[in-house]
Design a protein around this ligand. Structure first.
Ligand SMILES: NC(=O)c1ccc[n+]([C@@H]2O[C@H](COP(=O)([O-])OP(=O)(O)OC[C@H]3O[C@@H](n4cnc5c(N)ncnc54)[C@H](O)[C@@H]3O)[C@@H](O)[C@H]2O)c1
Length: 258
């Protein structure tokens, strides 16, 4: 039995990529998970992977662009297994990759509604449930782009820097009440989000060059895996991270150190 056995986690973006890997990694520690997402096929895949790992899981379809949907999601997540101990905000969107002045307002609105307002509202509604448990942990998926600038990704980077602000202040506000709030800042991670970005480059040669250049921009020489990020999330939730509050934990093969 692990020290996390029987705890309950809400994972947004649990239908894909890092959220999916985190559900499986937490299940291996005996944590029951409630996953949310928009794709029922993706949610089903996570459920079968968690079941195969011997875990307990429930799923809730929710659109984080809709504030009422978020309020319902958190209430339903807290009642799914009768408690809520951990919250992992993994849902996110990258918006457009475009030079600054060509970024469209519509993309800005979508990125900020999902990444910033969505994270803010999930935290706001979840914190009272964590307080009822006498504490807990929140892990927000920021990004290397939440610490440094990434060319062509001004709006995404701004949203991920905003997540750092939410993380740090919530961490300070609730540290004495036993809620530890931290961020994980991945570099390039091989998930549907990253694959979609490279697939959007129409020319095959350009696509291969861009991909190779991106790999090289990580000192480790490769992008990461969703499982590597999930391990960092599990650590930050666990009692092993009991003195870790308000940090940005880079899981990026040295990307921001470069
Ligand atoms: N993959 C990377 O290279 C990378 C790097 C740094 C940070 N991140 C961050 O990690 C997190 C997870 O990304 P990923 O790589 O697993 O991507 P992904 O595209 O595989 O998963 C993102 C998830 O967010 C969900 N989502 C997006 N908009 C939503 C909305 N409006 N309502 C509900 N759900 C919504 C999607 O359904 C999906 O489940 C994101 O916040 C992303 O910004 C990813």
């Amino acid at each position: 039995m692990t020290s996390m056995q029987g705890k309950v986690a809400l994972i947004t973006g649990g239908s894909s990529g890092i959220g999916q890997a985190t559900a499986v990694a937490l299940a291996k520690e005996g944590v029951k998970t409630v996953i949310s997402g928009r794709s029922s096929a993706g949610l089903k895949k996570t459920i079968s992977e968690v079941n195969a790992a011997g875990g307990k899981i429930q799923s809730i379809e929710a659109d984080l662009m809709d504030p009422a949907s978020i309020e319902r999601l958190v209430a339903d997540a807290a009642s799914a297994f009768g408690q809520l101990d951990y919250v992992i905000n993994s849902a996110g969107t990258q918006g457009e990759v475009n030079i600054f002045a060509d970024q469209r307002l519509e993309s800005y609105e979508e990125v900020f509604a999902t990444n910033v307002r969505g994270t803010f509202l999930v935290m706001k509604h979840a914190i009272p449930h964590l307080l009822k448990q006498g504490g807990g942990a929140i892990v927000n998926l920021s990004s290397g782009g939440g610490l440094v600038g990434v060319p062509g990704a001004s709006v995404y980077c701004a949203s991920k820097h905003a997540i750092m602000g939410l993380t740090k202040v919530a961490a300070i506000d609730y540290a004495k009440q036993g809620i530890r709030v931290n961020a994980v800042n991945p570099g390039g991670i091989d998930t549907p989000m990253l694959r979609k970005f490279f697939e959007s480059i129409p020319d095959e040669g350009e696509r291969k060059t861009a991909r190779a250049g991106f790999d090289k921009s990580h000192p480790i020489g490769r992008t990461g895996t969703a499982d590597e990020v999930a391990e960092a999330v599990v650590f930050l939730c666990s009692p092993k991270a009991s003195n870790i509050v308000g940090i940005a934990l880079s899981v990026d093969g040295g990307y921001v150190a470069n």
